[in-house]
Design a protein. Structure first.
Length: 371
């Protein structure tokens, strides 16, 4: 997430965006052990969700400069790890990526979500309740609607949508967020959120979730490890020391002085206003020389939390033929998540790199304490 322009283009390649990302997803499904039937279902679903953009040649530049990834590929993958279980594979897609306007982008995204709801018989009531807040006639901001699919065995995914609180302008984003939370029944939730430098996303669980969440993402400029340790408002789950340890292990520094960190609080009950979940996202590709370094850190983080890193290691050749040391950004974020009643999760966010590879960078480093 949070794309930036790049100057480096990949070697010319034949084929289309749909064929390229479909092949990546098929290989990732094999990494996590999904059946051939489920793999085919989800690969077809990804290409279908991309719409006409799927048929666009990769010899051409991206149709739009989507905010979803650094090279403007409208697809991102992630592996979510829990102790003692195979990782969950997820794919994030921008269905309206080929639209001429942000308004059309949003309309396409809504149509795709509702088609999924009809296919899998789930309600879009929560989305319908706040549609007018996030889809004005002339929307602003870097996104309209993204869809995240958690690819479960059985061919029916969990569905989540990402919306833009600044759709009516940055100055109105806080008001939009408060209105949305109130309409969704979380009248006290906004008061529970920590201080932030903006809120880039509101996410809704749709479909067959055990306990559907409303998730509020926050941006934190110049975030330090000690500040990150105090962000959680759950009242349970990770303590400051655990969050700081993850921060330093993932970023290898005490301060995020380039790309900002992200936090996320999820809300499931409406009485107290207290969040039931907290996640810290570290944009690791801006704090490492190359993906070899990021992968080494990710492996250490997973092992320290009792999780098998092998699927993440195998995901690298599933996505690309390049060597990890030849670029940075294949692993975009590492995140530590705690949800009430569940063990901690570590999630690695993986880039498609359909259009570009960021070259290795030379960083002026400030060593983290204890790193």
């Amino acid at each position: 997430m949070t794309g930036l322009p790049l100057d480096i283009l990949p070697d010319p390649r034949s084929g289309t965006l749909g064929a390229f990302t479909r092949a990546q997803l098929v290989r990732l499904c094999d990494v996590v052990g999904l059946s051939p039937a489920d793999t085919e279902t989800y690969a077809h679903l990804l290409v279908e969700a991309l719409g006409p953009a799927a048929e666009r040649s990769l010899a051409l530049p991206p149709l739009t400069r989507t905010f979803l990834s650094d090279d403007h590929t409208p697809v991102e993958y992630s592996l979510s790890f829990s102790p003692g279980r195979p990782p969950a594979l997820r794919v994030l897609v921008e269905p309206g990526c080929g639209a001429d306007t942000r308004a059309e982008n949003g309309r396409i995204g809504l149509d795709v979500v509702r088609a999924m709801a009809r296919r899998w018989d789930f309600s879009t009531e929560a989305l319908d309740e706040i549609e007018d807040l996030f889809f004005p006639a002339r929307p602003k901001g870097p996104l309209a609607l993204w869809i995240a699919l958690e690819l479960l065995p059985g061919g029916v995914p969990k569905v989540k949508v990402y919306l833009n609180p600044a759709a009516s302008g940055v100055k109105r984003s806080a008001k939009t967020l408060r209105k949305a939370l109130r309409r969704l029944g979380h009248k006290k939730a906004h008061r529970a959120l920590p201080k932030a430098d903006g809120h880039p996303f509101l996410a809704l669980d749709l479909g067959h979730w055990e306990t559907p969440r409303v998730k509020v993402y926050a941006r934190h400029l110049d975030l330090s490890a000690s500040e990150a340790g105090g962000l959680s408002r759950t009242g349970s789950g990770p303590g400051p020391a655990e969050i700081q340890e993850f921060f330093r292990a993932a970023a290898a520094t005490d301060d995020l002085d380039r790309r900002p960190g992200l936090s996320c609080h999820s809300f499931t009950e409406t009485e107290t206003g207290r969040p039931s979940g907290f996640t810290l996202h570290i944009p690791v590709r801006d704090y490492a020389r190359d993906d070899r370094e990021v992968l080494e850190r990710a492996v250490d983080v997973l092992r320290s939390h009792g999780m098998d890193p092998l699927p993440l290691v195998r995901s690298v050749p599933a996505l690309t033929t390049r060597r990890p040391k030849d670029g940075v950004g294949l692993i975009a974020y590492l995140a530590l998540a705690h949800q009430q009643g569940h063990p901690p999760r570590v999630t690695a966010y993986l880039s498609s790199e359909a259009y570009a590879v960021r070259p290795p960078t030379k960083l002026r480093r400030r060593a983290a304490a204890g790193v």
